[in-house]
Design a protein around this ligand. Structure first.
Ligand SMILES: Cc1cc2nc3c(=O)[nH]c(=O)nc-3n(C[C@H](O)[C@H](O)[C@H](O)COP(=O)(O)O)c2cc1C
Length: 216
């Protein structure tokens, strides 16, 4: 008698699917709410060494990517800029400023933002073709990623600042400096580092004046 060959049931050949871990139930997190009520960016030019290392950055990027995204398109990505990459961007920022006819003062300021930086994450708005999700919503998600990254950094004790400037909107700079595709744009350059000075609070919006309550 020919022994039956051990054949694994077909379902075992299916890739293992792991259910996402259940989330904890919501409870009041007054420390987190206090943070959100007092959070404040740290001006990029006041950020110094030490800068977040790769392990820290991976945590901050993971927090930033935990952002609402209609249709799960992931219409954004990150370029982490350190060391010589920042020098390269500084030089190109000046060259593009001249080519674009920007004011010399504006060029110098834009260039300095890279010359004096030690760690910058470019959040790239990378829209996906979709019949359902408008580009506008995809860009909103990219903006939300920028704020999430700033807030994650601040919450972890790092200074953070969301900057843009003319280079962020310049497709030539995007392609040459960051390798962006034609439809991609820089949503924000998020400068990260150690704060050297605590900035004063800035005037905050009059939320009551901005809010209309509708109940019918
Ligand atoms: C899309 C976007 C682009 C910005 N670009 C610049 C910029 O290029 N230069 C600048 O000084 N501030 C810029 N800001 C403002 C800074 O991020 C500023 O520090 C921030 O508004 C402070 O906000 P906070 O005090 O609530 O953290 C930008 C803000 C946003 C939302």
């Amino acid at each position: 008698m020919i022994p039956a060959r051990a054949v694994a049931p077909e379902r075992d050949a299916e890739p293992m699917t792991t259910a996402p871990a259940p989330l904890p139930a919501l409870t009041p997190r007054t420390d987190v709410l206090d943070f959100l009520l007092t959070r404040r960016s740290r001006p990029a030019k006041t950020l110094t060494a030490p800068y977040p290392d790769r392990a820290v950055l991976e945590t901050l990027l993971t927090a930033a990517a935990r952002t609402p995204d209609h249709g799960k398109l992931e219409p954004w990505r990150f370029v982490v800029l350190q060391g010589a990459a920042l020098n390269r961007l500084a030089v190109l920022t000046e060259a593009r400023g001249v080519a674009l006819g920007q004011e010399p003062e504006k060029i110098a300021k834009a260039r300095a933002s890279f010359d004096t930086a030690g760690c910058v994450v470019a959040v790239i708005a990378a829209p996906k073709a979709s019949e359902k999700i408008p580009r506008y919503e995809q860009d909103l998600s990219a903006g939300a990623v920028c704020l999430a990254l700033v807030n994650a950094a601040l919450a972890a004790g790092w200074g953070a600042n969301w900057l843009t400037g003319y280079v962020a909107h310049d497709p030539v700079f995007g392609a040459e400096a960051l390798g962006l595709e034609a439809e991609e744009r820089v949503a924000g350059f998020i400068h990260l580092g150690t704060e050297s000075a605590v900035p004063p609070e800035r005037p905050r919006p009059d939320v009551a004046a901005l809010t209309r309550w509708m109940s019918e």
